[in-house]
Design a protein around this ligand. Structure first.
Ligand code: ZN
Length: 187
């Protein structure tokens, strides 16, 4: 499969169950933001590598918070490449069978609790549940899910998949999970 074959005009987020929610984004939650949305605010150390999903409006327009019962499905067929600890839970790297020249599409879910059976090497179909959101014990930072989508070198050494690699523009080409894949220019 290549990216032209993907459902046209759908973003990575819309291809998961997360697309069914009416998310509330405040400054600092969006891709590339330089601001912190938690605590006293201030600047992030690096532009935001993805989006943060924390609050949404339900059918009655009531504002709800993501909690530890919140499930995450993946956008399309993919393999679990690596699971590492982050400061709120686990970060899961999913490599998809979508390539652009020497690059492979990854979706990365941060601050999660993988469900049973989610281990390195496990292949999942699109729409399968990969994890639930990890509850934040940090009073300054509400429970939330972080979603990154990125092009990373195919055949990347899985042991090197971590937040440092995500933030290394020599290796990783970050993209906005809210933007459709097929409209993306690629150099
Ligand atoms: Zn984030």
């Amino acid at each position: 499969m290549n990216k032209e074959n993907l459902i046209k005009n759908k973003s990575i987020l819309e291809m998961t169950n997360l697309g069914n929610y009416d998310w509330i984004f405040i400054d600092g939650m969006l891709f590339g933001s330089l601001e912190k949305w938690w605590g006293d605010g201030g600047r992030r150390k690096a532009p935001h590598e993805g989006i943060d999903l924390c609050m949404y409006k339900d059918r009655n327009c009531k504002v709800c918070n993501v909690d530890e019962k919140f499930e995450i499905t993946i956008c399309c067929k993919g393999k679990v490449y690596r699971i590492i600890d982050d400061f709120l839970g686990k970060t899961i790297f999913i490599g998809h069978e979508i390539f652009d020249n020497s690059m492979q599409l990854f979706t990365i879910y941060g601050h999660t609790k993988p469900i049973d059976g989610i281990i390195n090497g496990r292949t999942l179909e699109g729409g399968e549940i990969v994890a639930k959101v990890s509850e934040s014990k940090n009073i300054e930072l509400k429970t939330h899910l972080h979603v990154t989508s990125a092009w990373m070198p195919k055949n990347i050494d899985v042991e090197t998949l971590d937040w440092k690699t995500i933030n290394n523009p020599q290796i990783t080409k970050l993209r906005d999970p809210l933007k459709p894949l097929n409209l993306e220019p690629f150099e």
